[in-house]
Design a protein around this ligand. Structure first.
Ligand SMILES: [Zn+2]
Length: 433
C-alpha cells in the first residue's frame, strides 16, 4: 500500500495557540517522530533528506538525481531498487513545492519492512518543521534519520536565567541544550562594610538608596531581555546571599514576568560561572516545576472523587461520554496511554459505536473485525475511522473548551492515574449520577 502522508510537525506558536497546551503539542510531535523512528528498512534503504530554507528546488533535484545515479553501485539488487524508488518518491514530493518553505523541508521515503505481510510497503513522509532546518543532507540508512527534528523539539522551550547580587548581575537563556549569556551588568553599589569615617546610619541610607536604584534597573533589564520572548517557559533566578529574594519580594518586576519566576536558587557565584551553576541544576528545577503541577492536577481529580460530589469520573467510555455531553472542565491523560479509538458502523442497521483497543492489539482487532458484532442488531461492522485515543480525546476536549493536562508517570499521583484509573480521568462541570 502506498500511503502518502503530508505531515507537519506542529509545534511552536501555531499549535500552542490552538491547544494552549505546550506539553501536549510536544507530545504530539514526539509521538509522530517516535512512530517514524520505529520504521525499519530491510536493507540500508530508508532515505532521509533535509533541505534548509532558501535552497533552490532545482539544485536539490539535481543532487537527488546524482544520488539516484550513484545508487547504481549498490550490490544488492533489491536494496538498489528500493533506494532508487525511494529517491524517486522524494523527488515526486519535492516537485509539489513551488519553493522550499520558510522553515525548510524534511522528506523521508522508503520501503518499510513489514513483518506481517512479508512484503515491503513504500511510504513517504513530508515534514515542514516548526523551526528552520540548518542542515542540507541526504542519508540512506536502516532507519530514518530524525535527530535534527528531535533536537528541535527540545530546543523549542526557552528559559531565562539570571544570577544577581548587590554588585552584579548576568542574564542568559537556556534553549534546549544551549546556554547563551546575553549580558552582564554591575551595580556600583558598595559592600556592606563602610569605609572609615562615614556615619553608619548615613552609609546605610545611601546604600539602600543605591540598592533600590539597582533593583529598578534590574527590573528594566528583566523586561528588556525577557518580556517579548515567545516560548519563554519560565525564569530561574540565582545568586549568592539574600539579595535575589529582596529583589523578587519588592515590586520591581513587570507583572507578566513575576508569574514566570520558576525558582530561586542559591549559587556560589554570580556572572557566567553562576549561570553555569543554574544550568547544571535547571533540568531538575524544570522537572520539579512540572511534577508539582502534575501532582496538583491529579490531586484535584482525587479530591472530587473523595468528596463524592459526582464531578470526578474516569475510564475511557465514561470520559468519552462526558466529553460528548460537553461536560468536562478538566481532562487528565496519562502519557503512557497507547490506545486507538475506532468508530465502527454496522453494515446492516447503520448503528455507529466507539471501541477502544490497545495499540498492541489493534492489528489483531482489524484482522478479526468479522467477529465484532453490532451492539444493536448483531450485524457485521466496518471501520468508519480510527484515531489515536489521546489525539481524539484532546480534540474533543478542545472543542468543548476543557483544560487538558498530560500526566507523566514520574510522580506517585501520575502512576496512580495510570494504574488505578486506566490513564484517563476528568473533572466534570456538573454531576450526572
Ligand atoms: Zn446493526
Amino acid at each position: 500500500m502506498v500511503s502518502p502522508l503530508l505531515v507537519g510537525v506542529q509545534g511552536g506558536r501555531k499549535m500552542s495557540g490552538m491547544s494552549g497546551n505546550a506539553p501536549l503539542d510536544r507530545l504530539r510531535a514526539q509521538r509522530m517522530l517516535e512512530e517514524l523512528e520505529r520504521l525499519q528498512g530491510r536493507g540500508t534503504e530508508l532515505v532521509s533528506v533535509y533541505v534548509p530554507p532558501g535552497k533552490a528546488i532545482s539544485e536539490v533535484m539535481n543532487d537527488l538525481r546524482n544520488e539516484w545515479g550513484t545508487a547504481v553501485n549498490i550490490k544488492s539488487k533489491t536494496t538498489r531498487k528500493n533506494v532508487q524508488d525511494a529517491l524517486t518518491k522524494v523527488m515526486e514530493r519535492l516537485k509539489l513545492f513551488k519553493s522550499i518553505p520558510p522553515t525548510g523541508l524534511a522528506i523521508f521515503a522508503g520501503n518499510i519492512a513489514s513483518s506481517q505481510l512479508g512484503v515491503g510497503d513504500m511510504q513517504t513522509f513530508v515534514i515542514v518543521p516548526p523551526e528552520p532546518i540548518t542542515i542540507y543532507y541526504y542519508r540512506c540508512e536502516h532507519q530514518f534519520l530524525l535527530d535534527p527534528l528531535f533536537n528541535m523539539l527540545s530546543a523549542k522551550d526557552v528559559y531565562g536565567l539570571v544570577v544577581l547580587d548587590s554588585k552584579e548581575a548576568a542574564f542568559g537563556f537556556l534553549k534546549g541544550n544551549r546556554t547563551e549569556i546575553i549580558k552582564e551588568y554591575t551595580s556600583g553599589v558598595q559592600g556592606k562594610t563602610r569605609a572609615g569615617g562615614q556615619s553608619s546610619r548615613r552609609y546605610e541610607r545611601l546604600r539602600d538608596m543605591y540598592l533600590n536604584e539597582w533593583f529598578i534597573r534590574l527590573g528594566d533589564y528583566f523586561t528588556e531581555h525577557f518580556r517579548n520572548i515567545p516560548n519563554l517557559k519560565g525564569i530561574i533566578v540565582g545568586g549568592p546571599g539574600p539579595t535575589k529574594e529582596d529583589f523578587l519580594k519588592g515590586n520591581y518586576l513587570h507583572y507578566e514576568l513575576k508569574d514566570k519566576i520558576l525558582s530561586q536558587v542559591d549559587t556560589g557565584y554570580t556572572g557566567p560561572e553562576g549561570i553555569k551553576e543554574l544550568v547544571n541544576r535547571s533540568r531538575e528545577i524544570m522537572k520539579d516545576a512540572r511534577y508539582y503541577e502534575e501532582r496538583q492536577t491529579v490531586q484535584e481529580f482525587l479530591r472530587h472523587l473523595g468528596e463524592d460530589d459526582g464531578l470526578g469520573t474516569y475510564g475511557e467510555q465514561e470520559v468519552l461520554q462526558a466529553l460528548k455531553g460537553v461536560n468536562v472542565q478538566l481532562l487528565l491523560i496519562s502519557e503512557e496511554v497507547r490506545r486507538t479509538l475506532y468508530r465502527l458502523k454496522c453494515k446492516s442497521c447503520g448503528y455507529v459505536e466507539s471501541r477502544v483497543v490497545d495499540n498492541e492489539k489493534a492489528a489483531d482487532f482489524e484482522a478479526n473485525l468479522g467477529q465484532v458484532k453490532c451492539l444493536k442488531c448483531g450485524g457485521e461492522v466496518e471501520i468508519l475511522e480510527k484515531e489515536d485515543l489521546i489525539e481524539a480525546l484532546v480534540k474533543m476536549a478542545e472543542s468543548v473548551k476543557a483544560q487538558v493536562e498530560l500526566i507523566s508517570t514520574s510522580t506517585e499521583e501520575g502512576e496512580m492515574l495510570r494504574r488505578s484509573f486506566g490513564g484517563i480521568a476528568a473533572v466534570t462541570n456538573y454531576r450526572t449520577y
